[in-house]
Each structure stands twice: as structure tokens, then as C-alpha cells.
Design a protein around this ligand. Sequence first.
Ligand code: NAD
Ligand code: ZN
Length: 716
Amino acid sequence: MSDSEDSKPAAQRTDAASRMAWLRAELARHDHAYYVLDAPLIPDADYDALFHELQALEREHPELRTPDSPTQRVGGAPLPEFAAVRHKVPMLSIQTETDTTPAGAQAFDTRVRNKLGLGPGDPPVHYAAELKFDGLAINLRYEHGVLVQAATRGDGETGEDVTQNIRTIRSLPLRLTAPRPPAVLEVRGEVIMKRADFERYNARQRARDLPTLVNPRNGAAGSVRQLDPAIAAQRPLSFYAYGWGEIQDWPEQPDTHHAMLDALAALGLPVAAQRTHGPGAQTLVAFHARIAAERDALPFDIDGVVYKVDSLALQARLGFRNREPVWAVAHKYPAQERKTRVLAIDVQVGRTGKLTPVAKLEPVFVGGVTVTNATLHNEGEVRRKDVRVGDTVIVRRAGDVIPEVVGVVTDARPADAGPPFDLYKRLGGRCPVCGSAIAREEGEADWRCTAGLYCAAQRKEAIRHFASRRAMNIEGLGDKLVEQLVERGLVADIADLYALTVEQLAGLERMGPKSAENLVAELARSRKTTLSRFLFALGIPEVGEATAAALARHFGSLAALRDAIDAYADALAVQGDATKAARARRLQGQALQQVPDVGPEVAERITRFGSEPHNQRVIERLLEAGIRWDDLEVGPASARPLAGKTFVLTGTLPEMSRDQARARIEAAGGKVTGSVSKKTDYVVAGAEPGSKLDKARELGVRVLDEAGLLALLAGA
Ligand SMILES: NC(=O)c1ccc[n+]([C@@H]2O[C@H](COP(=O)([O-])OP(=O)(O)OC[C@H]3O[C@@H](n4cnc5c(N)ncnc54)[C@H](O)[C@@H]3O)[C@@H](O)[C@H]2O)c1
Ligand SMILES: [Zn+2]
């Protein structure tokens, strides 16, 4: 028994022993989730706190340290699906400086100087400083300049062979650029996912209502350890070198860390530009401060900076302790992920009407700011993550990205947690800003408010779009002015624009009487427009310039388009279709879907928008304000071969449904009526026709079968 053990009360020791056992088990559980499954259960900061607590207890009670303690190893077990790679030089961890103030750099310098036996009068030690990337450590083996193998760190001794996946990283040279490369050069560095690539990937997944990546680190680790290289190839990854392993036969090998990195860069390997080297702790303190200021603007996440003794000879003298180099330390920044509690889930209406669930949080300091709201993106995401009111969640804020909830700590769900999130129920089907109906198209991830012309949340955007050059082209109605008009209550919707007076406008910031007069004249001029511009200007979701033009060309007048919308709304409302296919067929026959480029989704969007009473009222008021255009002669004559002809349909056609036949006749300019008279030009008869066929024969009206109708439609 050691003296220290004797001097401690027995009770305290058993407490420590049981706490340490618990910490070991807890850390082992988190290691498995993090390293093997790539699915962490808690934020890194919490993990680090547990880890440091265990380290401190082991320092205090060395006799209670066990060989299987997580402090005695690095990383996690390799996945059995990958071939094992035995590292020639172990891949170690790195010591973390817990003090996040400049004193952290000072403490490292002091430790190094003491170990080297340097006194206050001795010259400063030179250091290299670089970024601490937050990704997955990889060892790249180049033999005679050719990449032959890539391996993960694994448990430090044995990693996984991930060569196939690593080859998909575009920025990695498969061959080094040197006339006489080293016989063997193992390059070590981090595979990461840049923030923009991560956001883009997740946005795409969200739009398709598919699972997203938790954070860039997990994205990188998960992609590299993906069993299917084709999937890995779809995930955009990057690599940065920061070290090396085995080296054979490299005559010009430099003798400092910073010169080694320069040499790696010269060989064509990606090395981050953010690094420095110089004498003493002040070099490190300055670098820590500089990178803290640049952190948000970096294209990737970092969790700190790394300091290394620059001279490789001194590094060798300092050596390793506890599987960590004594000559290096990681100095962290405040965490970008933290735990907190969900107080409520609100729904926000975006400027385009998109409804976004937002978690109201117990305030938490993360990524350098206090966060009280975090986006949950859309209903599908909330359900996949199963976020509920009362839950403890992990919140992430990195760079300038909006804070988001990355996951739930399910262990911590209270008994009285809220029910699974249901956006429609939560809102009672109404927009929380304007009370209009909300809708979501099939296959879409987002719910939307349907009253784009009326909803206060969408006001500014609606006016901006209405006035834009390719819409109503109202010159002088810039963003700043739109803000003022809305904020001062002068304009609530686009129809109000036409009631603005010179006096009202002249009172606004940066508006003289002259520019006020000009704007009123511009507004007056804009009243004369085209149907296509007008439809585009309404900002109907999914209706861009091309679709607006197609609608105008097809229907020729607003009245005709309204009829088509009414008919579509009726068709949508029909209940009791046995199958999806039957419903799709019924809608397909509708006039709206005969417009080029207008499929079922767009037709439904147009219908929702056009049937919304608030929107209708705004359109009425625009017309009352004098907006006008010349209706179009619908289509060139060749496109309307049935103009002026009247049809009656009877019986079942072999291919087309009756609705489809009717829509195609109408699209070609013909008219379909219900009963046969002398005015009827054609009766189209299918199988089991009724009395209409007899009537046609009686009156001598021409009778067609489906083939005959198709020939007419084709203009024959
Ligand atoms: N949330 C969890 O459940 C959980 C579980 C286990 C580990 N972790 C986290 O993982 C980290 C500890 O794991 P670790 O040992 O992989 O990493 P570490 O923080 O101990 O650092 C060592 C690693 O840093 C990386 N690195 C990045 N830039 C470097 C540079 N310039 N020079 C040298 N190395 C650089 C290397 O990949 C190296 O393997 C901690 O941040 C911890 O919070 C979290
Ligand atoms: Zn609304």
C-alpha cells in the first residue's frame, strides 16, 4: 500500500472507485457510439468533461487505474467488415489543454521547457501552430510516389483499410508530384466535410424528405467508413495533411515540423494555409487569437488549434507519455455542440410561406453565442429525430449557420415529454401569421401558407417580386423602400401599391418629391402589362417566367385560367377514389395539366394559390386598380385544329378516359357538350354507347371512334 492511499479515508476511496468504474463504463459506451457507430449520444464537450474527470481521479488514485481504462487507449475498434491494417507507426491521440484562455498556450510552453531542462535565461523554444481539424484521422501510404493504401486510426495500432473510399476524394493526389519521391511516405491528416458541402448535402436530403447527416465530422467519418464506395463518392469530402508515419529513403527530408508540412504541400498534398511557426508562447497565443477571430469564416469546422514543438530532434527528445506526444497539445475553442432542453416547438413562417418548426430552448452558450432558438428544418426532420417538448437535445452552432438541433439524448426523456410532433395538428391547419389554410404537396418536405399575396410574413417578398424587372417592372421600388412601406403600414399587399400618393411617398426616408412623383408615374405606367407578366408577378409557388408564359399562351385570358383552376379544385375535392392511379388519371384529364410543363404538383400549387380567398381578393383589387392587358388569341391556328367545333362524348373509349378526351378537345379549341343537337359537329362513341349515338344517327351528325378523334386532334 502506498502512503497516499493510507492517508485517504476509506469511504472516500470507495466513492472514487465506484465513480471511476461508472465513468469507465460510460466512456466505453460513448466511445463505441462515436468511433464504431459514428452516432454520438452526447456532445463532445460533455464527453470531454467525463474524460477529464476520470483522468483527474486516476491521477489522484493511481492504484485504482485499470489497464482497460478509456484513458489508456485511443479511438475505437475497427469495423470487422473492413480489412485490418496494422500501423507501422502507431497513430496516437493528442493531449488537450482544457484552459481555453491564452494561459493554455503558456502552460504548454512551461511544461515543454521544464521537460527540456531549460531555465528562464535560456532561449525560447520554437513552435509550429496549425488548425485542429474536426474529422477523421487517416493514414495515406505512398510507395514510390503512388497511393497504395489508406487506413483509419482504429484503436491506434490497427485501423481499417478504406482505400477505395479515400480514392474518391478529389483533392487527394493518387501520385505525388516529385521526380524522385521517397520509397515510402506515410502521410497523416484529417478527412473532413466542408461546411458548405455538408449544408448542401443536407438540404438536398431534406428536400427529398430523407435522413440528414448529424454534423460534418460525422458526415466525414460515416462516409469514409461506408461499405459502398459509390455512396462514399456522393459525399463531398476533403483532406488536410498535418503529419506523417513511416518514412523510408527521403534524402531531402526536412528537420522541422513546419518545413515538413511545406514539403508535403510541395509534393501535391493539401495542407491548410492557416498555420504559423515562431519562437515562444507568444507565437501560440497570437495564433490562437487570430484563428478564434477567423473560425466562423473558415470553410470547415475546427475544434481548436494544435501546437507542436517545431524541431523534430526536440520532439524525439520529448517523446510520448500515456499514448500522447509530450511535444504537442490541442488547445480548444468553446464547443460548437451543447446539450440543452426544448421548452416548446414553434412554427415560423418564412418570407416565401414555408413553415419551419423551431425549437425554443433553455438558453445555452454554444459556438461563442447564447442560443435560445434552433431550427428543426421541417416536419419530417422533427419526426425522424423524434424531438419532443421537454427533451434534452444536442444543439449545434458552427460558422454563420443558423443553430440547429442535431439530435435527442433519448436516455434523458422525461415521463411528461410532449407527444410526437404533428405540424398540421399543432397549427390546426392554419398559418400562425395570417390564419389561412396550410398545405403540403405530395413528395414535398415543407408545409406552406397558401395565402402568398395576403400573409404578413410574405408581404415584403411578395411586393419585391411583384415590382421586379421581369415581373411588373416598377422602377424605383427598391428593397429599402419596400421595407419602409410595409413597416409604416402604408402597404399591406401588392394591390395597395396603386393607392400610394406623392405626398405619402415624399415623406419617406431618402425620397424627395421628385422621386415620389416618378414612382407614382412608374406605378401608373405598370398598369398596362401582359397576362404572362402579371401571372409571374403574383409569385405563385413553382410558377416561374416560363410557366407563366405557358399559362398565358394556353388560356389566353385570366377568366379561362380561373375556370381551369375551379375545375381542378373540384377534381381535387372528389372523394372516394379507390386508387392513387385513378385519382392521378382524373387530374391528368384536367385542362391545367394540358399546359406544357405543368405536371400534377404545379397544377396543385396553382390551384391552391388561385382558390385561396385572400389571394383572390387581392387579385380582384389589382384589377379594380386598373391593371390590364390584351387577352391573347389562344395559340396559333395550327395548334387549335378543333376551334369552333362542338363535341358530345358517349360510351367508354379504349385508351382515353372521358375527362382526358374532353381536356384534349378543349385544349385544341373545341367545345364538349352533354347532349346531341343539330349544332353538334361530332359525336365520339366508345363501347356501350347510350341513346346519344341513336340521336346522332337520327340527326345525321358525324360519329367518330377514338382513332377518328385522335386523327382530328392531330390536325388531319
Ligand atoms: N461525443 C462523444 O460521445 C465522443 C466520444 C468519443 C470521443 N469524442 C470526441 O473525440 C475527441 C477525442 O478523440 P480523438 O482521440 O479522436 O481526438 P483528439 O481530440 O484526442 O485529437 C487527436 C486527433 O486530432 C486530430 N487532429 C486534427 N488536427 C490535427 C493536427 N493539426 N495535428 C494533429 N492531430 C490533429 C487527429 O485526427 C488526431 O487523431 C474529443 O474531442 C472527444 O470529445 C466524443
Ligand atoms: Zn400566412
